[in-house]
Design a protein around this ligand. Structure first.
Ligand SMILES: Cc1ncc(COP(=O)(O)O)c(C=O)c1O
Length: 362
């Protein structure tokens, strides 16, 4: 009995699931996690908050996650309130809910590939057709070509990703404005890496008041170092939050998750203290790869995409053989590495040098 023997939906036949390797390696720089463990005082606060919930686990959690959404709105600022914010188990779930509400059979989503690989996978899972928009050779997206792609495909949902995974490229707000102006559908700006952006990089949060079709998604998985807690959220017009109520599972966000996230948000300053250190390592990786003559895509995220590798799969394997796991995102000649601690950067650069030497010897 194999998967193919099941009466699975036709469009899922032969498809691969999302599957970044989870390997037991000395240095894991492949899924853009925050390399710094949660600091002791925050661990204590999370444990105390979770403990306080434990005896009440016989009851369902607050279905609206009201207190958490208030805290998230307070963190985002921009005059946002609980009514403008929705939270779920990772921004992946938020994105799925958005597609359940605004995509679906007979509808189309447009994204600017290469971008976050889950966007088309979530489209597939929700029965939404997917179309690729164009990026320039340097992986940037400009307002004119984005608008032209929207005109051509007339999508119900547009995904913009800024800073973009896997390229690290941030978008100008002119692109967001142009896509909103040209489209009749929802425009989702995935800002999972916003906290790592270089000074002066704009957030689409500043445009929320201007159009009720704009949605900005964020996560606590990256800058907040809480990937394991699974907490993502969106900011949008309250009507968008109302729309999501039609598709969300009841009690989707456990009381333990809500409590842990609130405890972490009460320590925002401590948790985000690692962001500057990670940005330093990102900029160091960019500089070091440049010294090695490898083309590097400028990054506003906690990772770097670099090219000039020829058979990137073989280079990826050799780097892994030296104990460092980075990411082959399927772009010929390119690999992506997450910026972590200084020691992890040292290990990555040493493994890369060894891998490139071996390549030269072949
Ligand atoms: C661009 C982007 N959006 C969303 C996510 C999902 O993050 P999570 O579901 O952990 O919030 C990721 C994770 O890597 C990402 O790169």
């Amino acid at each position: 009995m194999r998967l193919a023997d099941l009466p699975i939906r036709d469009e899922l036949r032969g498809k691969e699931p999302y599957g970044a390797p989870q390997l037991d390696v000395p240095v894991a720089l492949n899924t853009n996690e925050n390399s710094y463990p949660v600091p002791g005082p925050v661990v204590d606060a999370i444990v105390a908050a979770v403990r306080a919930e434990a005896s009440g686990l016989n009851r369902y959690p607050d279905r609206e996650a009201t207190a958490l959404r208030e805290d998230l709105a307070g963190y985002l600022g921009h005059g946002l309130t609980v009514h403008d914010v929705w939270a779920a188990n990772g921004s992946n779930e938020v994105l799925q809910e958005l597609l359940q509400a605004f995509g679906g059979p007979g509808r189309t989503a447009l994204g600017f590939t290469p971008a976050y690989s889950m966007h088309p996978i979530l489209a597939l899972g929700t029965g939404t057709a997917w179309v690729d928009g164009r990026r320039n050779d340097d992986f940037s997206v400009d307002a004119e070509s984005a608008a032209a792609d929207v005109r051509k495909h007339d999508p119900d949902v547009v995904f913009l990703c800024s800073p973009n995974n896997p390229t690290g490229t941030a978008l100008g707000l002119d692109v967001v404005d142009a896509v909103l102006a040209e489209s009749r559908g929802m425009v989702i700006v995935d800002e999972a890496y916003a906290e790592f952006a270089r000074a002066g990089t704009p957030s689409a949060l500043t445009r929320l008041g201007a159009d009720h079709r704009l949605v900005v998604t964020r996560t606590m998985s990256k800058a907040f170092a809480l990937a394991g807690a699974r907490l993502g959220y969106l900011a949008a017009h309250p009507a968008v939050v109302d729309a999501i109520q039609l598709v969300r599972l009841p009690y989707h966000l456990s009381s333990l998750t809500q409590a842990a996230a609130r405890a972490a948000l009460a320590h925002t300053g401590v948790l985000l203290a690692t962001v500057e250190a990670i940005k330093e390592q990102r900029d160091r990786i960019v500089a070091e790869l440049g010294v090695r003559g490898l083309p590097v895509v400028p990054s506003d995220a906690n990772f770097v995409l670099f090219g000039g590798l020829g058979d990137q799969r073989a280079v990826w394997q050799r780097i892994l053989d030296h104990g460092v796991l980075i990411r082959d995102v399927g772009l010929t000649g390119y690999l992506r590495v997450t910026a972590g601690t200084p020691a992890e950067t040292d290990a990555f650069l040493a493994a890369l040098d060894a891998a490139l030497d071996e390549k030269g010897q072949q």
